[in-house]
Design a protein around this ligand. Structure first.
Ligand code: ADP
Ligand code: CDP
Length: 231
């Protein structure tokens, strides 16, 4: 059976990675969380004094970007891939509010995007991949056979992220999360390089009123339909 490329884009915290991971596991495809890569570059920037007092030392980051190696390894306990930054597992560290509040400015930088997109395209060159992010269907894999664009209201998305952080036992403020979600959406949609856009051939999914299992079922149906057409 011929494998395809699946691109899942959309607004922050709406459930893209949840549905992408589940589908990939069921159909035996590789799953790549492209947002985790931008988060890892952000963590590196915070830890190495590149992002300080709301300022980014872009020259320093430009010089160091070649030293930032991001990879994914399956976590046997969760059955999902963890993110590694220069060989260290940073899966939990990249999900903090501190990283969330710095990541979108880092993701506007053209040289950062160039480096990430090149790695993402390399990871997907054999197809059989589900990748989620902001520019997967528009820039990374413009020829993906299945493209989905996910959205939900900002309040619902903030609530989902709030519940997730609380469940992990982390301090979280709903208002702070809502503000962060809105701010990232704004920066992501208005940056110059590869802004967040629905690709013209992407299917729109508003999952505000869908459960995790309903959206999973919907995505599986889309995959079945496309794979039948391609084989
Ligand atoms: N349809 C849904 N209903 C309720 N919660 C959801 C739904 N989809 C995802 N979630 C939860 O919302 C949170 C954010 O989902 P995630 O997949 O990380 O979003 P994204 O990748 O778009 O940022 C997670 O805790 C996830 O379990
Ligand atoms: N392909 C991508 C993926 C993420 N990003 C950036 O990285 C940030 C974090 O992505 P993410 O997917 O982890 O965000 P969440 O929706 O999971 O909170 C986004 O807000 C974007 O600024 C991007 O620019 N391009």
């Amino acid at each position: 059976m011929k494998k395809i490329t699946i691109a899942i884009d959309g607004f922050s915290s709406c459930g893209k990675s949840t549905m992408a991971k589940d589908l990939a596991r069921e159909i035996g495809y590789i799953y790549i969380d492209s947002g985790a890569m931008y988060r890892a570059v952000t963590l590196y920037s915070i830890e190495n004094g590149i992002f300080q007092n709301d300022r980014i030392d872009t020259e320093k980051l430009k010089n160091l970007i070649k030293d930032i190696h991001i990879s994914f390894r399956l976590n046997p306990e969760t059955g999902r891939p963890d993110t590694y930054l220069n060989g260290v597992n940073v899966e939990n560290k990249i999900r903090t509010m501190e990283v969330s509040s710095c990541v979108s400015p880092i993701a506007t930088l053209d040289f950062v995007r160039e480096a990430m997109v090149a790695q993402q395209q390399e990871m997907g060159k054999a197809k059989g991949i589900v990748m989620d992010g902001r520019d997967i269907g528009t820039t990374v894999f413009p020829n993906a056979e299945l493209k989905i664009f996910v959205t939900a209201t900002p309040e619902i998305r903030a609530q989902r992220r709030y519940d997730e952080l609380k469940a992990k036992g982390e301090e979280a403020s709903f208002d702070e999360i809502l503000e962060n979600v809105k701010q990232r959406d704004y920066i992501d949609q208005n940056r110059e390089v590869s802004p967040l856009r629905k690709a013209s051939d992407a299917l729109l999914l508003d999952n505000s009123d869908l459960t995790i299992s309903q959206q999973k079922e919907w995505l599986a149906e889309q995959f079945e339909r496309v794979i039948k057409e391609k084989n």
